[in-house]
Design a protein. Structure first.
Lengths: 351, 92
């Protein structure tokens, strides 16, 4: 297989690490050496030649090839079976409505949240149970990290260069969650967003850090969801009032109360849309009185419509917790869901 | 021994080219493209005054992007060819 990338020789694993760190090619953590063999195995898994064009980054006109995604995926620790997810996530991120340049360059400091649906979750061992939003498993850890390394190395999204984040958040190392489709009666997120039943898919969202909440003191769906809505209202007061794609993550303990009451994801989204709204005058209560101006009575909703809420079933089996994941900056970036178009069930060709 | 691959594009991204420098600003039309953030207001107001009063600029056209995180709107880009110079500014 012919690669366009320059290659380097290094005497030892330490020399490889120093080569990549000294060139600013990492996220600060050690990398897996992207050897020709490892990169080739990723490309063979998805049956793409190295120069396969995955897309053109819309703002700066950068061509993104399969070879470059594969090199960064290997560095992140991806195995070939993880690579279809990386390719699909990047394809989704290059859609105009995602506004990748703005979202990844902004002082707002969001990360790209990747949500997995469909059978590929089980094939690659992506878990939507314990510690779902963090280091739950190998697959989500390395896929999320691959997304960030590609941003760093392909778009120059380095801190202080293209990435102008004031604070950022830990999800910028890795931010990937698999929905727990086996332990819920709800439709998977991707199916809810129009992907055919049973198709593996990836949703990407320009996302702030998760805001954890807790309500273990009721079984009533309305009261449980009121806590989620209140957290969204808090985000609207303290961070941004702009409507857009919010995600809420509902673990099993709270999910079971909602499911027992017969609430679907659509019911949840409708309820949240009604409750997650504030008056502009509330900004005066949190130190932002200067921007209330004469519009104090104006009402702002967290989403433009209920279908902007991404409801995700994930989390460990015990604990009355949940999470609200706010958008980077409202509708400036829209979440994108794409089915995995590369062959996820194919074996690589025999040597 | 490891042989490892470069994870970066390896080539510089396509870049824009600066327009030829003007000999003078006197009598010229200068366009401002603001990203619309709060910090742009005072800056561009002051720059407008300096350009007119100290450099003899004939007119200043101020435009604000509809989305401060996205490239300038096509109708603003279309206007640029009617200007002699452009100042594009962020408010961060």
């Amino acid at each position: 297989m012919q690669f366009a990338s320059r290659s380097y020789s290094a005497d030892s694993i330490s020399a490889v690490q120093e080569l990549y760190h000294s060139n600013g090619w990492t996220d600060g953590l050690p990398i897996v050496p992207p050897t020709r063999e490892a990169v080739q195995e990723c490309l063979e898994w998805v049956m793409m030649p190295p120069d396969q064009l995955i897309g053109i980054e819309p703002v700066r006109g950068l061509a993104i090839t399969a070879e470059k995604l594969a090199i960064n995926a290997v560095m992140a620790g991806c195995l070939p079976m993880h690579f279809p997810v990386v390719v699909t996530a990047w394809t989704a991120m290059m859609q105009q409505e995602f506004l990748m340049h703005g979202a990844t360059a902004s002082t707002g400091g969001c990360a790209v949240l990747v949500i997995l649906n469909g059978p590929i979750r089980l094939e690659i061992g992506a878990s939507g149970s314990f510690n779902a939003l963090a280091n739950s498993d190998r697959a989500t850890a390395v896929i999320g990290r691959a997304i960030r390394l590609c941003l760093i190395n392909l778009l120059d999204d380095r801190p202080g260069v293209i990435d102008r984040s004031t604070l950022g958040h830990p999800g910028k190392f890795s931010y990937c969650v698999a929905e727990d489709e086996e332990d819920t009666t709800w439709l998977p997120l991707a199916e809810h967003r129009g992907v055919p039943k049973g198709a593996s898919s990836v949703t990407v969202m320009s996302a702030g850090a998760p805001r954890q909440l807790m309500n273990e003191w009721t079984t009533k769906p309305e009261e449980i969801l009121e806590t989620f809505a209140a957290e969204m209202r808090a985000n609207m007061r303290h961070y941004s009032i702009h409507p857009g794609n919010y995600a809420i993550v509902i673990p099993k303990q709270l999910r079971e109360h909602l499911q027992a009451g017969g609430w679907t994801k659509a019911d949840i989204a409708t309820f949240i849309h009604e409750r997650a709204r504030i008056h502009r005058r509330e900004w005066a209560e949190v130190g932002k009185g200067a921007v209330v101006r004469d519009r104090g009575d104006s009402v702002y909703t967290a989403m433009d419509s209920p279908d902007q809420l991404l409801v995700v079933a994930a989390g460990g089996p015990a604990g009355g917790f949940g999470a609200v994941i706010p958008p980077w900056l409202g509708n400036k970036s829209y979440a994108v869901t794409l089915p995995i178009g590369v062959c996820v069930d194919c074996e690589p060709p025999k040597k | 021994m490891f042989e490892v691959l470069d994870p970066t594009p390896g080539t510089a991204p396509p870049a824009g080219r600066l327009a030829p420098r003007l000999d003078t600003l006197e009598g010229k039309t200068v366009g401002f493209i603001s990203n619309g953030k709060e910090g742009t207001k005072g800056f561009f107001k002051h720059l407008d005054q300096i350009l007119r009063e100290e450099y003899g600029v004939a007119s200043v056209v101020s435009r604000t992007k509809s989305n401060y995180s996205a490239p300038a709107d096509p109708h603003i880009v279309a206007e640029i060819k009617g200007w002699d110079a452009v100042v594009s500014g962020l408010g961060d």
